[in-house]
Design a protein around this ligand. Structure first.
Ligand code: ZN
Length: 266
């Protein structure tokens, strides 16, 4: 009987293989490896909490089912890790940028804003849902090129000094805005959290696949102070994965996926 089960697994495709939970890899935290690791195991950065890694290993079948669903739904590059240690190249430009338009339920604080197509489509639907709740979403910043980010960062260094500039803005290549899937809403100040739009995003952003990149109290993890206005589109399934398995911390999820993708060669 056992033998039959194993043979059946061998015939299945990679996606269906996820159902045979024993085949899914074990994760361990870098610098914290158990004495004897299973053959199929990989290290995740130590910044991902022990409790999260433990919960994943304890229920690998359910976790990897949700992970593979989120990755399968990714229309390309939505889950790329971009932070102070993982930079995009100077020449990277998102493949399917579309101009944010007038006549949509969202408003624009200035001209020349754009996002990747999937992010814009989600934003348009989300803004309509917000409007039904009496809330207006106003986009103040979106895609930024490597060169534009360089200008923003250098201006911040001039005005704030190096240390403050690094808390508030990204060096060129390390901004999520270069991905074309991140946007800043409203005032781009802490006051945004207190507005109807700020509260609506916390309550409903995830339902539309948007994730708060730099939550309050996680500066040692993300490298940035709390930014209630900065949202990144990761897709509905990934936002759900983030909430259910990663304590709703985007950085944990993206670091984990980055390590897993390197391990699995995907
Ligand atoms: Zn931002």
């Amino acid at each position: 009987m056992k033998k039959t089960f194993g043979a059946a697994c061998a015939f299945m495709t990679l996606l269906v293989l996820a159902a045979c939970g024993a085949e899914e890899p074990m994760a361990y935290r870098a610098g914290n490896a158990p004495d004897r690791l299973p053959r199929n195991s990989f290290a995740v950065p130590a910044s991902v909490p022990e409790s999260i890694v433990g919960a994943i290993n304890a229920n690998r079948e359910a976790f990897y089912g949700a992970l593979r669903a989120a990755v399968a739904a990714d229309s390309g590059g939505l889950l790329v890790l971009v932070d102070k240690r993982h930079a995009l190249g100077e020449t990277y430009i998102p493949p399917d940028l579309v101009a944010l338009g007038t006549g949509k339920a969202y408003l624009l604080n200035r001209e020349g804003l754009s996002l990747r197509a999937a992010a814009e489509a989600s934003l348009a639907g989300m803004a309509e849902a917000a409007r039904k709740d009496g809330v207006t979403l106003v986009v103040s910043s979106s895609y930024r090129s490597w060169t534009y980010q360089k200008t923003v960062y250098e201006r911040n260094v001039r005005e704030l000094g190096q240390a403050a500039a690094d808390r508030e803005s990204a060096r060129p290549g390390t901004s999520q805005h270069q991905l074309g899937t991140a946007m800043d809403l409203g005032s781009i100040t802490d006051d945004f959290a207190l507005t109807k739009a700020g509260k609506w995003m916390v309550a409903h952003g995830g339902e539309w696949g948007w994730s708060l990149s730099f939550p309050d109290g996680y500066e040692p993890v993300t490298g940035y102070r709390w930014e209630s206005w900065h949202w990144r589109y990761v897709g509905v399934k990934a936002a759900s994965l983030q909430r259910e398995w990663f304590g709703d911390v985007q950085q944990y999820m993206l670091e984990f996926i980055d390590a897993w993708a390197s391990y699995s060669g995907s």
